[in-house]
Ligand binder design. Structure first.
Ligand code: ADP
Ligand code: ZN
Ligand code: ZN
Length: 818
């Protein structure tokens, strides 16, 4: 009898592929094991066994596999069902889901680039002959393709050897980020306790009267620490006292000053000592926890709405504790892992080595380790914290899923497929496991709140900040009026400047929020009005002062700043719009003695850019932090008392049906960074339109008012949560072909779905990387069976791609587009 396996390949083709295997292989192979298989003329792929059977394929002759790559399945049975759901719901292939789920190291293929791993010592003697051949070849050539490696070792298939080399850490794969974050140790000084009281201090100064440099230092320490007792770095002290390090050292030797270090170790947790017991909850938290547990008993997904700094995390901690005790796995999903080092540190404190962090930016080896630990149910991966891809790990006894900041749109994967929403896909995963699910937010998405209102979800809330600190006082400032009366300094109103001064004087910190989206600075000729455009995309280039460049945010194209207008030759070029960079400049000019930091895509792009800036701000080396939406996500700074929103209008005017919901969420979250500990914080929102309903709702914390209004609008215009939407994007390099193709598709849809098809339309940026784009949108009644609709759409796509002119038009589905 002949034996066959069905294999899922990591490519966007609908079908699985059938390969033939020997009897021994058939006995050995199980669903979820990997095999190396030939594909097309010369490609080798890693595929995943879906089933073993004895039915030959009908239309083609099955090829033999190259090799079996695993001894045990690396994918859990429930995962297959989950992947299938994702593929069906989000209209993509199982192969695409698999590619997104498996760490790259599991998916070696002929095109993968291999490098030597300089970061780990390799015992050459431990390498087998074929391994050594590759290792040696990589000494001479920095990268090799897997095909080339196969030639070097003279084998059809190099994957098993490479797998071994990866395990020995002798090689690594291209495209990974390897650096570990090593925080630098900052040296600080303070006066020793002896000189804490004024009399002793006076005596000290007298005794130093013949050592003017030393007394200069002591005075400088005083000045720098102000009344907030903030840490003083040696570097700052040197500058401000204008003395050499030797003088400071002599004071340390005399025990007048003492040195200390602050190190907030963020990624490297090995040296963590004692675990802390979890905190006792206050009555509001207790009530929320009881409500959650009651809903959990009924197996209901539960929404926890707790205002900023109400202590939602401590409630999660209690929940985690109880599931860990039962030996269950816990998944903690976050919108963006880079920003959550604070949270990870906090949870490590409670759960120590039980926590694994999983993120697509981590290196291959780490990801494989977490994968294997989750698969085999190791205690050290009992709690997994991660961004959306962590949901694709091979859990086998998942008990609890926490989706923190559930309203965040970054839970939705935009590109490539699968374009899934991690919150929604996690809910399905939870139900496959019989696990409980908690969604948490201070500003829930309209969808989730709607589900709670209609009792599809359970609901719990906390309406007090922990420690009864009041929510910050939000003041709306009319900058239209201020501009008219010429009372602005740059982009700062008098009120904002006043509050900044007050805050700095009190030794507290300031956050300034500048939303960059749709408001990037561009260059404009004052003579003819010409604005430089990207040659590949239909957008204006944005001006980057720091690098003296014009850049395209869509394709990365950049040029040096021109000296003259390219259209008319005039040298009078002006910048329009304002971004974080310009705000930073203005702040530096307005507050020359104050340390200023900036947090946006540009300053955080480096390996550990986020951590560096967050640490510096936490350690109060920075007094004013300027940033984009990155600043809004779950950060807990102790000493921030003022948040300034430079301009709320760009948010409100964003052309999207979610603009108001988003503005409310963003502004409430950014406001929530102020006054988290002792006293009430202050928020100044500058706007040309301070009477806008949403701003009023933000200032009064009226979530329910916002919800009611938005829901009404969504009902009127048939948007989610009332209806379901599928967005279809067409992409082609030829403008005319694209237009015709989109019209054809749209007409076919309209015959099927009638008036619920909108478009086709050009998006605001209608050409990216020389590809033209057109969108259309289908609004579906929630009662319609979505499965049938999708089948219809796919059928239309089939006829569409049968037309030769349209064959090369890409069709991209985005279900529940947000
Ligand atoms: P949220 O996630 O709701 O914004 P956090 O969980 O970050 O709020 O809590 C805000 C602050 O209050 C944190 O510094 C936290 O340590 C503290 N806190 C919250 N609950 C408690 C508690 N029960 N006991 C002690 N401190 C708490
Ligand atoms: Zn010009
Ligand atoms: Zn471009």
């Amino acid at each position: 009898m002949a034996y066959f396996i069905n294999v899922i390949l990591p490519i966007p083709l609908e079908r699985h592929f059938t390969y033939s295997v020997s009897l021994e292989e058939a006995e050995l192979l199980k669903t979820g094991m990997r095999v190396a298989v030939p594909f097309g003329k010369s490609k080798i792929y890693t595929g995943l066994v879906e089933s073993v059977h004895s039915t030959p394929p009908e239309i083609y002759e099955a090829k033999d596999i190259h090799e079996v790559l695993d001894e045990h399945p690396i994918v859990a049975p429930i995962q297959f069902r989950h992947w299938q759901w994702i593929a069906d719901y989000y209209m993509c292939t199982l192969g695409e889901v698999m590619r997104s789920a498996l760490p790259g190291a599991f998916l070696l293929e002929s095109e993968t680039l291999v490098l030597r791993n300089e970061n780990a010592p390799v015992d050459e003697l431990s390498l087998k002959d074929d391994e050594f051949l590759i290792f040696e070849a990589l000494q001479h050539q920095s990268t090799l393709k897997i095909q080339e490696i196969a030639a070097i070792i003279d084998r059809k298939n190099a994957l098993p050897v490479l797998q071994r080399l990866l395990e020995k850490k002798a090689i690594r794969l291209k495209e990974e980020v390897y650096e570990q974050y090593k925080p630098k140790l900052v040296r600080y000084v303070r006066l020793t306790d002896v000189y804490a009281d004024d009399q002793k201090l006076e005596k000290l100064l007298q005794s130093l009267s013949r050592a003017p440099k030393q007394s200069q230092v002591v005075l400088a320490v005083f000045q720098l620490q102000g009344n907030s007792k903030k840490p003083i770095s040696v570097a700052d002290l040197e500058k401000s006292a204008n003395v050499s390090r030797a003088i400071i050292k002599s004071l340390v030797d005399k025990d007048i000053l003492e040195e200390y270090f602050i190190q907030k170790d963020r990624i490297n947790y090995e040296r963590i000592g004692e675990k802390s017991p979890s905190k006792g909850l206050n009555e509001h938290q207790e009530k929320a926890l009881a409500d959650i547990n009651e809903n959990f008993e009924k197996q209901k997904v539960t929404l926890l709405k707790g205002i900023t700094s109400s202590g939602k995390t401590e409630v999660y901690v209690k929940l985690i504790e109880s599931y860990i005790e039962k030996g269950k796995q816990v998944l903690y999903l976050l919108p963006e892992i880079a920003l959550t080092t604070q949270l990870i540190a906090r949870l490590r404190d409670y759960f120590g080595e039980k926590i694994s962090v999983y993120h697509s930016k981590y290196n291959v080896q780490e990801r494989v380790e977490v994968w294997n630990n989750v698969l085999s149910g190791e205690p050290k991966a009992q709690i997994v914290i991660g961004a959306r891809s962590a949901m694709l790990l091979p859990f086998n006894h998942l008990g609890l899923i926490i989706v923190d900041e559930e309203h965040e749109s970054s839970f939705k994967q935009f590109d490539p497929a699968p374009r899934y929403h991690a919150r929604d896909a996690a809910i399905v995963l939870g139900s496959l496991h019989g696990a409980n699910i908690i969604l948490g937010s201070a500003t829930p998405s309209i969808e989730s709140f709607h589900n709670a209102q209609t009792r599809k979800y359970g609901y719990a809330e906390i309406n007090r900040r922990y420690g009864n600190v009041l929510l910050p006082d939000v003041e709306l400032v009319d900058i239209k009026e201020a501009h008219r009366k010429k009372r602005m300094k740059g982009h700062f109103s008098e009120r904002l400047l006043e509050e900044i001064n007050k805050t700095l004087e009190a030794g507290e910190q300031v956050i300034l929020f500048q939303n960059r989206r749709g408001y990037a600075p561009i260059l404009e000729c004052s003579t003819c009005g010409h604005t430089p455009q990207c040659p590949n995309c239909d957008v204006s280039l944005t001006y980057h002062q720091y690098r003296k460049q014009l850049r395209c945010h869509y394709c990365g194209h950049h040029t040096a700043l021109p000296e003259n207008c390219q259209a008319c030759g005039s040298p009078e070029l002006d910048t329009k719009g304002f971004g974080t960079e310009q705000i930073e400049q203005e702040v530096k000019a307005l507050f020359p003695d104050v340390k200023v930091g900036r947090m946006d895509l540009d300053t955080t792009r480096g390996k550990h850019g986020y951590e560096k800036i967050i640490t510096a701000f936490e350690q109060q080396e920075i007094a004013i932090l300027i940033g984009t939406q990155m600043l809004t996500k779950g950060l807990d700074f102790r000493n921030v008392n003022l948040v300034g929103v430079m301009n709320a209008d760009a948010l409100l005017n964003f052309p999207d049906y979610r603009a108001h919901e988003r503005s409310f969420q963003l502004l409430t979250q950014v406001a929530g960074r102020a006054g988290r500990t002792k006293k009430r914080g202050k928020v100044i929102v500058q706007s040309y339109n301070p009477y806008h309903q949403i701003l009023k709702q933000v200032s009064t914390g009226d979530y329910k008012g916002m919800y009611a209004e938005q829901l009404y609008e969504r009902e009127q215009y048939k948007y989610p949560p009332v209806n379901r939407i599928i967005k279809i994007t067409f992409k082609h390099k030829n403008y005319n072909v694209l237009n015709e193709a989109a019209d054809w598709f749209c007409n076919a849809l309209k015959t099927n779905f009638g008036g619920n098809v909108l478009g086709p339309e050009y998006p605001p940026v209608a050409r990216i990387r020389n590809q033209y784009l057109k969108h259309l949108m289908i609004k579906m009644d929630k009662r319609e069976t979505i499965g049938r609709t999708k089948l219809n759409i796919k059928r239309i796509e089939k006829s569409f791609h049968a037309i030769s002119m349209y064959r090369s038009v890409r069709v991209i589905y985005n279900v529940d587009h947000i």
